[in-house]
Design a protein around this ligand. Structure first.
Ligand code: NAD
Length: 477
């Protein structure tokens, strides 16, 4: 049984209720978490505030940095344990789970180094005046985290907030939170003061909602679906609490006829197969220049047919989806595709060893998907890639920008001038040219436009969002 982690202590919820944790590879319960409530959030917020007022706000940047660095080292020392938790909780093949641990450690390392390098400015002003700006932490920050990359999203969100001088109350997803609880325990072990990092588990509509509404929360970092993002905004608006929204995507991969396909094909494949397609930045739309359309689909089709899906422990190309309702969501999209007579190019294989009850989905390549069809407009959040042809740059841009999302885009061409023209015209928070998300991007500001959200996390830029600016004008004559 997993407990909340508040003020460096394991604490049961006052509700006395729990939620079973399901291993998606087998559809079997293997643990329980607390089904917390508003009272538990209140206790966590008070613990965080006490820490801020008595300890955390008095630490210098280098002192915060040393703590974060120790946490990064502890994460690395517990790599196998954390990867196993994520493998079981999320159904991630071990290669992915290990990559997530490495990214978590890297976030803490990056933000450890940032603590003493982030500062305000001086501004030339009237004669006899000096003006300076201070970057100040918000105070107690709330972090609502989804199930698809619990460790990575905790790292970028909590790492940035702590570096900027905030303390944190974290609400992980009810579907995957074991690694997050464990990381908070490790933080306590390496010396984080009581109340700096607090974890409260439970359902979104109960404990997530209570966190978003709590008057003691000074900033909310939300990563999740656009519909819940709206609820968070509404809750925060009542008290004008600042919010960072990291929401969904329907990201295009745009391939011109002059692209280097030896580079493009594996990256296109990885961008939809990684984490079984349950990635906000999944490259889920494939826009191909007409003259390349048939040859590229044939080449990709062969690669799709070779993809294997099975239990996380088998470490195949894909593990299961997170839960039965997510599997059903993908099935619904695919049956809509059949009704609309959208042709399927190829599908991977679910291996015989995969238990019938597990939430498996074969990766699927569809072609000629009409731009107005839900498959081309909405997040499937599964391993489904939708291809469509374009004639020229203008049509590529029209198709790329034709959804409500704008998170990430990939452009594949050897034409340097076209690379810039396309990058300028595309509506998205990140643009990758002749690569797609390579290296994980801990240092690279990340976030969306349109319904993909606003604000930026990752990189140094995140520290702007996790602080507020105070302008100090001094008249000295
Ligand atoms: P979700 O919106 O259902 O849940 C996200 C979190 O919000 C969970 O912790 C959940 O418990 C909580 N929540 C649910 N209802 C709530 C409410 N009423 N009030 C407060 N909190 C509530 O999303 P999900 O299914 O966990 O994750 C998938 C979504 O997350 C996709 O849309 C994906 O694109 C998005 N995502 C975005 C990014 C990014 O950085 N842009 C990263 C990962 C995932």
């Amino acid at each position: 049984m997993q407990l909340n982690f508040i003020a460096n202590q394991p604490v049961p919820s006052s509700s006395g209720r729990t939620i079973p944790m399901i291993d998606p590879s087998y559809a079997e319960a293997f643990d329980d978490i607390q089904r917390s409530n508003a009272q538990d959030i209140d206790v966590a917020v008070k613990a965080a505030r006490h820490c801020l007022d008595t300890v955390w706000s008095r630490l210098t940047g280098p002192e915060r940095g040393r703590l974060l660095m120790r946490l990064s080292e502890s994460v690395i020392a517990h790599t196998d344990e954390l990867a196993q938790l994520e493998l079981r909780d999320c159904g991630k093949p071990s290669t992915q789970a290990l990559a997530d641990v490495a990214a978590l450690a890297r976030y803490f390392e990056f933000y450890a180094g940032a603590c003493d390098k982030f500062h305000g400015q001086t501004i030339p002003y009237l004669d006899g005046y000096s003006v300076l700006t201070w970057r100040e932490p918000h105070g107690v920050t709330g972090h609502i985290i989804p199930w698809n990359y619990p460790m990575q999203i905790m790292g970028r969100s909590v790492g940035g907030a702590l570096a900027a001088g905030n303390v944190c109350v974290v609400k992980p997803s009810e579907d995957a939170c074991l690694s997050i609880i464990r990381v908070a325990q490790l933080a306590a072990q390496v010396g984080f003061p009581s109340g700096a990092i607090n974890i409260v588990t439970g359902f979104g509509h109960e404990v997530g909602d209570a966190l978003a509404r709590h008057a003691g929360i000074d900033h909310i970092s939300f990563t999740g679906s656009p519909s819940v993002g709206t609820l968070i905004q509404q809750a925060a608006a009542v008290r004008h609490c600042p919010v960072t929204l990291e929401l969904g995507g329907k990201s295009p991969q745009i391939v011109f006829a002059d692209a280097n396909l030896d580079d493009a094909v594996p990256a296109i494949l990885n961008a939809i197969v990684q984490n079984a397609g349950q990635t906000c930045s999944a490259g889920s739309r494939l826009l191909i220049e007409q003259s390349l359309y048939e040859p590229l689909l044939e080449r990709l089709g062969q690669r799709f047919e070779n993809l294997r899906v099975g239990p996380a422990a088998m470490n195949l190309d894909l593990g299961p989806l997170i839960r039965q309702s997510q599997q059903q969501r993908v099935w619904d999209f695919l049956s809509d595709a059949q009704v609309a007579k959208i042709p399927m190019v190829a599908q991977g294989q679910i291996v015989d060893e995969a238990p019938q009850a597990g939430y498996y989905q074969a990766p699927t390549l569809l072609r000629d998907v009409p731009v107005s069809h839900p498959l081309a407009q909405e997040e499937v959040f599964g391993p489904v890639l939708c291809a469509m042809p374009f004639e020229d740059e203008d049509e590529a841009i029209t198709l790329a920008n034709a959804t409500r999302f704008g998170l990430v885009a990939g452009i594949w061409t050897r034409d340097g001038a076209r690379q810039f023209r396309m990058a300028k015209r595309i509506q998205s928070g990140q643009v990758f040219i002749n690569n797609y998300g390579a290296g994980g991007g801990v240092e690279l500001p990340f976030g969306g436009v349109k319904s993909s959200g606003y604000g930026r996390e990752k990189g140094f830029e995140a520290l702007l969002g996790f602080t507020t600016l105070k302008t100090v004008a001094i008249r000295h004559g």
